[in-house]
Ligand binder design. Structure first.
Ligand SMILES: [Zn+2]
Length: 418
């Protein structure tokens, strides 16, 4: 294996669509068709082959469509107008997360932070129907013409994409992204485009609102366990990082997108040990550079805090510093003020306070108004699920088409505007 490469860097499944596995020696041959009349280049035999479709499962997007896309593509193909060029714009009508203020119930300050472009481009550039997709469509009761399935086999996204950059703000009824392409390609990509842009823009917007309210404080994304599925947990962590979060707890997202990862301990670590002090001590011994102690397992002010102070003082004697303590329940404004005061009194003014517990931009703003002494914010459920507004209604609409014109050439030549 070559470092950092996969099979798909060497064998392109858009071209080599079948693997012929030699019945004699088991050697795999990557070929463009399923015609088995060839000799094995490994053993010279042609006793037979097991033929299986070959494709890259990490780039399996062609059927990420609503079925009407396929039926419309077929009907357009039947009329031979499927390659007529059209222009599609993407925009949304109503901004998310907007709440009434006072007696005013209209929309104030709504915006969307545009996200998902990087992901979309990667999908469009890897888009092809693999042999299993073709076979699945062949089995449908519509009985698609074999020539249509052949054209799908050769189909790639050939259009032009114009877009604002990921992370920029977009306002209602203003196009953020434009596609110019043959009409059947625009129809093909509609659902995957909207799914990607809507979901990632929604989370980028939520992340941007959290960044606005936390100002310069440290902000951490920890929504993995509450996200609606694996993809949204990873994509959400990416959107959080683009929005300006400092790190994520999601290790997969960290690896995939080079996002800093963070995490220390949960209640289980403390409950597993004989005492809270012993749990803190073993953790501090293991990771002396990055200790954040969770205070609320039994009693935040009566047990967690005194034990954390004892650990911090022991660390000082070894020339080490406790990084932070974490509050995960209770009245975070009240507790953080108490903890801050006590830490300062014993000379631990460098120890930061982190807080987690169903936080969103409204609760963080409220905590700040109450004078909470929190330096590090961890947000999970309410960020990753876009809890108070879980969908963005962006649309992909045709805004122009070339004159309705049947293609002149049958060999794939395109209509020329004139
Ligand atoms: Zn062989």
């Amino acid at each position: 294996m070559v470092q950092g490469k996969t099979l798909f860097d060497f064998v392109n499944p858009k071209e080599y669509r079948f693997v012929h596995i030699c019945s004699s020696c088991g050697h795999p041959h990557f070929l463009k068709d399923d015609n088995v009349e060839h000799e094995c280049k490994n053993c010279g035999d042609n006793a037979g082959y097991q033929v299986v479709p070959f494709y890259n499962p990490t780039e399996d997007y062609a059927l990420d469509v609503d079925y009407y896309a396929i039926t419309m593509m077929y009907a357009l193909w039947k009329q031979n107008v499927h390659k007529n060029h059209v222009v599609y714009d993407d925009f949304y009508r109503k901004p998310p997360f907007v709440r009434g203020v006072g007696d005013y119930r209209g929309e104030l300050g709504g915006y969307v932070a545009f996200g998902g472009l990087d992901h979309l481009i990667s999908m469009l550039s890897s888009l092809y129907f693999n042999e299993q997709d073709i076979e699945y469509l062949r089995q449908q009761p519509e009985s698609f013409d074999e020539a249509f399935l052949d054209d799908l086999r050769a189909l790639r996204f050939s259009g032009d994409l114009y877009s604002i950059e990921e992370g920029n703000l977009v306002f209602p009824n203003t196009p953020s992204l434009r596609i110019e392409a043959p009409v059947w390609e625009c129809i093909w990509i509609e659902a995957m485009l909207l799914n990607t842009i809507n979901s990632e823009s929604l989370l980028l917007t939520k992340g941007s609102r959290l960044i606005t309210v936390t100002g310069g404080d440290v902000l951490l994304e920890m929504g993995k366990r509450r996200a609606q599925g694996r993809d949204s947990s990873v994509n959400g962590a990416k959107m959080a990082y683009i929005a300006g979060f400092d790190a994520t707890s999601n290790v997969k997202a960290g690896k995939e997108f080079a996002i800093p990862i963070t995490g220390t301990m949960a209640h289980v670590y403390i409950m597993f040990h004989e005492s809270e002090y012993e749990a803190f001590k073993t953790y501090a011994d293991t990771f002396p550079e990055k200790v954040i102690l969770l205070l609320d397992t039994t009693n935040t002010l009566e047990s967690g805090l005194p034990n954390a102070i004892r650990i911090a003082k022991e660390m000082e004697q070894r020339g080490q510093k406790l990084v932070a303590v974490r509050l995960d329940s209770g009245d975070l404004a009240y507790l953080s003020k108490k903890v801050r005061k006590r830490l300062d009194e014993v000379g631990l003014d460098y120890v930061k306070i982190s807080a987690t517990n169903d936080l969103d931009e409204a609760t963080i703003a409220s905590l700040k108004q109450q004078g909470a002494k929190i330096d590090i914010w961890g947000v999970g459920t309410k960020f990753i699920t876009a809890y108070d507004n879980p969908a963005l209604g962006g649309v992909h609409k045709i805004v122009a088409r070339s004159p309705f014109h049947h293609e002149l050439k049958s060999d794939g030549g395109q209509y020329q505007a004139g």
